[in-house]
Design a protein around this ligand. Structure first.
Ligand SMILES: [Zn+2]
Length: 314
């Protein structure tokens, strides 16, 4: 039997056809049109599924289920997108609408929750029952897996770790509150921290790196730090503290076996992960007397959305 996983993002909608082991047999994508009425988007998604089946030469009757990972608050039990600011959907019965075109069992979930489940079923988290996945990108996304299941709170509105507070009266977040973790630990926050440090340190190597790359990015400070630049290292170490502050709150609340780090910043690899590990090991409640929490780089990368959506169906 076969599955289709759909990753609905603000820029593109990706779909992949897989077997039950998570091997991707075919992939297709379309550009997201956020201003389209939702019924149009759902029709486009259904057409994308038909195209996938046709290109792989697989009959509809062999398709067991479709899973969709969607940013925002997703009511997975009712099959409704409660709220999604990226694609501007509000109270959309997406499962019912989709099944008008393709009558197969269809499951939906928040994209970060899906990615977390995908890692536990197919990726780096395989074999672990308690895992927390954090993605450091434009925002900070989180997926919490407890005892092998997604923890999502009432009507899917929970598990928004990006909005736990780390500073009273801090930077204002897009959610309206001040001092959210996301405002300090996202890749966008890292870019702001880098720019600030560059203004203060005209001598820093970060200026040369940014010029060569044509922009200031989340990589600028990391590149400088690796080359021994003092201001770059300061930015990186401070950023590590911001990320760790939220990770430690999650560790102390849930005591997972592993923390999986995804998103653009995770591409800094071991250099970054080891720094996070040191903070988590040193400051988690009970220290070495309590179970060790392993920090790992997430492994599914670009296919995380598709495989996470497939994991929802299993
Ligand atoms: Zn917030």
């Amino acid at each position: 039997m076969y599955y289709i996983g759909i990753d609905i993002g603000g820029m593109s909608i990706k779909a992949g056809l897989t077997d039950e082991k998570g091997n991707i047999l075919a992939k297709e994508s379309i550009v997201t049109k956020p201003d389209n009425p939702y019924a149009e988007t759902v029709k486009d998604i259904a057409a994308l599924c038909e195209k996938l089946l046709a290109s792989a030469g697989i009959d509809k009757s062999q398709l067991k289920a479709v899973g969709m990972g969607i940013p925002g608050t997703i009511n997975s039990k009712k099959g409704i997108i409660t709220y999604s600011n990226n694609i501007r959907f509000e109270n959309v019965p997406i499962v019912k609408e989709f099944q008008k075109y393709l009558d197969v069992p269809t499951f939906i979930g928040n994209d970060a929750n899906c990615a977390a489940l995908g890692e536990v079923v197919f990726g780096m988290g395989k074999g672990y029952k308690d895992a927390i996945f954090i993605t450091l990108g434009t925002g900070v996304g989180s997926g919490i897996i407890l005892d092998g299941k997604i923890f999502e709170g009432k009507d899917g509105a929970g598990a928004e770790a990006g909005h736990i507070g780390i500073r009273i009266g801090g930077i204002r977040c897009t959610c309206g509150k001040k001092g959210c973790w996301e405002s300090y630990a996202s890749a966008s926050a890292l870019v702001k921290q880098t720019k600030k440090a560059m203004d203060r340190h005209p001598e820093s190597l970060m200026h040369k790196i940014a010029e060569e790359d044509g922009k200031i990015s989340g990589r600028t400070a990391f590149k400088a730090a690796r080359a021994g630049d003092k201001a770059g290292l300061y930015v990186v170490n401070r950023y590590v503290k911001y990320v760790s502050e939220g990770l430690l709150s999650l560790v102390n609340l849930f005591r997972p076996e592993i923390l999986l780090i995804g998103g653009g910043v995770s591409n800094e690899g071991d250099y970054f992960i080891k720094k996070l590990q040191a903070q988590v090991t040193r400051y988690s409640y009970g220290g070495k007397r309590n179970p060790y929490v392993k920090v790992l780089k997430a492994s599914l990368l670009n296919d995380a959305g598709i495989l996470g959506a497939v994991a929802l169906c299993l």
